[in-house]
Design a protein around this ligand. Structure first.
Ligand code: NOJ
Length: 560
């Protein structure tokens, strides 16, 4: 299948400042990557111990989900101190060592910045509670009086993203706003002190050698909270055109213009990628060079394994990237959604706004419309491999989520009392939440936690994890891990500029495109084998069938 010798890709950190444009970025969810102190929770030294694995995989950068001090009420997205490391995960010295090791292996580092909210353990919030109403400390957050005769009703009927009310009452009777969990009070971005402190944080990590930032809910920071506050129904009905009181406001870009000046004061400039759930027409505002510089494109997270959807998504997002002058980002999985091997192993269905099928226990899934299919794991993996080669052949950067290189599935076997995700608790179990994609990785077939650590794993690893272990896939040329390694290696060798030209394959179930440098990508979304264009088959997501591309497969061709 693979007919050219692997190139040795010498990644050089002195590369051009636009290294990020076509980078492969690997998301590490630190609590669930590797545990060296045996407490069941992944840690920084665990990641350092696996730097050779990341280098062999061939990624250009890693994005670290939050590793800051946190009660882990929302998996670390509840930050108690933005300029330190959670003692459960390590120390600042450990981070320095990790950054140094990654850089020594030619891998850049992106860290997660969570600016919309802090943890309720943050010194600022504790100060706000102690200082009382009308204080400067409360002005850093969004405190309001309640409604009703005695103020015992929340200021509005707003609902939080995780379910339940978006306001919480404190001991002296005031209420604070939280878009997410009650442990995540929203900051007041109209307060210059808040703005100044985040600039300090960006400099703190940039000075330590971090190469870029992923900005959590980048579209939510600024708010217009002038009275009277609108109701939930009004909020939902208002257009999100830059003037909405809560989401995607034009004035958020004043914040990012200030950040951009900080990023550009470094050499090379620090990069940033926006997690902005906004109307597609507004994505370029975040991706512009004057703003954050790049924005996530989540369209594939919500798409079926479907040729028309994939083709449209590529065309739309390349056009959006051209509009902003940035490159787009391809994401098949992350820590917030059901892993794509599993999504693709379920029947296509209306999936609801977040694209998340709901898992039930015993590997039974609930799709909207009341279907409860059983997962076709093998088919899901086959499609996942095809989708990965499709995405890795595209111009733009690709964000991989830890474990997808193993073909890993979502874990359904988590009992209610083992769940950690606030979405599970705040929806009273209606939404099973995101724990199933956050289960610690299997590194070896055996051992107390499949090589994750000596002391078990903070979320239960099912027995079937053994079959996906790194150790097992390592030397197997047919494994998904080998496919990813080979794909990343070839991508580095083949990738030049960001042009893409569609190829008419003459049938609806095949999507094909040509890249510069003689590189062609063909994906067969159908079930029957299809002939391949002339050329040398460099890589294929499943074995060819009599020289033809098998169903639900992708091949990379060197054009004749
Ligand atoms: C988006 C993050 O990806 C998610 O994990 C988190 O729960 C919310 N933002 C709140 O920070």
């Amino acid at each position: 299948m693979t007919t050219v010798a692997p190139s040795v890709h010498a990644r050089d950190l002195s590369d051009a400042p636009d290294w990020w444009r076509q980078a492969v970025v690997y998301q590490v969810y630190p609590r669930s990557f590797a545990d060296t102190d045996g407490d069941g929770l992944g840690d920084i030294t665990g990641i350092t111990s696996r730097v050779p694995y990341l280098a062999e995989l061939g990624v250009d950068a890693i994005w670290l989900s939050p590793f800051y001090p946190s009660a882990l009420a929302d998996g670390g997205y509840d930050v108690a101190d933005y300029r330190d490391v959670d003692p459960k995960l390590g120390t600042l010295a450990d981070m320095d060592e990790l950054i140094a090791q990654l850089h020594a292996h030619g891998i850049r580092v992106i860290v997660d910045i969570v600016p919309n909210h802090t943890s309720n353990d943050h010194a600022w919030f504790q100060e706000a509670l102690a200082a009382g109403r009308g204080s400067a400390a409360r002005e850093r957050y969004i405190f309001r009086e309640g409604t009703g005769p005695d103020g015992s009703e929340p200021p509005t009927d707003w609902q939080s993203t995780f379910g339940g009310p978006a306001w919480e009452r404190v001991a002296d009777g005031q209420w604070y706003m939280h878009h997410f969990d009650v442990s995540q009070p929203d900051l007041n971005w109209a307060n210059p002190e808040v703005r100044g402190d985040f600039v300090k944080t960006l400099r703190f990590w940039s000075d330590r050698g971090v190469d870029g930032f992923r900005i959590d809910v980048a579209h939510m920071l600024t708010k217009d909270l002038s009275e009277p506050l609108p109701s939930q129904a009004e909020i939902e009905a208002l257009p999100q055109d830059g003037s909405h009181p809560l989401f995607d406001r034009d004035d958020v870009h004043e914040v990012y213009a200030e950040w951009r000046a900080v990023f550009n004061s470094y050499d090379p400039p620090r990069t940033a990628v926006a997690e902005a759930w906004v109307h597609p027409s507004r994505v370029p505002l975040y991706a512009r060079a004057e703003s954050l510089g790049q924005a996530f494109n989540f369209d594939l997270l919500e798409a079926d394994f479907d040729p028309a959807q994939f083709r449209r998504i590529v065309a739309d997002n390349l056009a959006l990237a051209a509009e902003s002058g940035s490159s787009t980002t391809w994401v098949l999985s992350n820590h917030d959604v059901v892993r794509h091997a599993t999504r693709y192993g379920l029947p296509d269905a209306e999936r609801g706004a977040d694209g998340r099928p709901t898992l039930k226990h015993g590997n039974e899934w609930l799709l909207s419309g009341g279907q409860t299919p059983t997962l076709d794991a093998e088919r899901g993996e086959r499609r996942a491999r095809a989708a990965a080669l499709f995405v890795l052949g595209l111009p733009g950067s690709a964000y991989l989520y830890q474990g997808e290189e193993l073909g890993l599935h979502e874990v359904a076997e988590i009992s209610d009392d083992q769940r950690q995700d606030p979405t599970f608790f705040r929806s009273r179990g209606i939404d099973q939440g995101r724990d199933g994609c956050r289960v610690p990785l299997p590194w070896s077939e055996n051992g107390p936690s499949f090589g994750f650590g000596e002391g078990g794993a903070h979320l239960p690893q099912p027995e079937w994890f053994a079959a996906y272990a790194v150790g097992l896939q390592d030397g197997d040329p047919a494994s998904t891990l080998s496919l990813y390694r080979r794909a990343l290696d070839l991508r580095h060798a083949l990738q030049t500029d960001e042009r893409l030209e569609w190829i008419d394959a003459g049938r609806d179930d095949v999507v094909a495109f040509a890249r510069p440098n003689g590189w062609t990508i063909v994906t067969n979304f159908g079930s029957e084998p299809v002939p391949l264009p002339a050329g040398e088959v460099l890589l294929s997501s499943s074995p060819l069938e009599g020289g033809a591309l098998a169903g639900e497969s992708t091949a990379w061709i060197r054009r004749a």
